[in-house]
Design a protein around this ligand. Sequence first.
Ligand code: BV8
Length: 243
Amino acid sequence: MWNLTAQSHVLVLTGAGISAESGVPTFRDAGGLWEGHDVTDVASPEGFAADPLLVWSFYSERRAALAGIAPNAGHFALVELEKQLGDRFLLATQNIDGLHLAAGSQRVVEMHGALMRSRCTRCDRAPFEDTTAYRKNVAPLCGKCRAAGKDALLRPDVTWFGEALPPGALDRIEAFATNAGEHLVFLAVGTSGMVNPAAGLVDATKRLGGTSWLVNLEAPVNASHFDHVVLGPSARELPALFA
Ligand code: BV8
């Protein structure tokens, strides 16, 4: 039974599954492939170096697909939980769709960056909002570098396979969990548990003496690591769990 105490600190980890009912395809739906490429090929620095046009097509299509997409009841249930818990709540998301922020979540760590942000591959310009779905076979260049007479590609401001997470992201998550200690309640939602370091959070919870929950459509590879498993769509199961 999901019953929190006054000492409970809740760390939530979300993956592509929480956005599925908003109409955002998960990686598993595509069988981990995109246009016949392994996702780790198009979502890696090597893939970008090899074929920046293909990688920009992959991300531009996902930007275009986000038009008209809205958060669902699962996202809003987490907003309500954050309102109840305040600084005893932290949301770490693997998703880059921005739907948690759109729903009103504030204590959010975007572990893998943001789809609607780009950054320069060369200069120190800060990552900037970029909602452009570039036409096929167009890879955008940095305007600041061009003004300096240099050609430099822009890239999506996301964390690719083989790249470190954004500075401070993991520290913030680990500090929250360590501070919670045995009062940590870890809740994973809509994730296949195949990507590290996110997938290791359930084991860190156990080491801390905390309790772990999973809400997922089907049992993922690491289901047995969780103390409690709720199988079903998160837009239905999260509101029911917190009721
Ligand atoms: C790092 C990019 C270290 C943006 C993503 C060998 C070689 C190289 C690296 C590695 C290696 N072995 C291990 C690694 C580490 C690697 C890794 O884990 N690889 C895996 C593939 C083995 N990890 C990394 O490289 C990470 N970095 O380790 O850095 C380092 C340190 C210092 C210096 C340098 C390096 C970086 C990982 C980030 C990769 N980038 N995204 C983008 O394009 O999105 S990950 C990408 O895949 C997504 O962001 C997402 O996180 C992940 C897919 O996972 P899920 O979100 O779980 O989605 P999935 O579709 O798989 O599952 C959906 C689930 O939802 C399913 O279970 C389904 O049943 C469920 N579901 C469906 N519908 C619903 C539902 N549940 C509820 N309700 C529903 N309605």
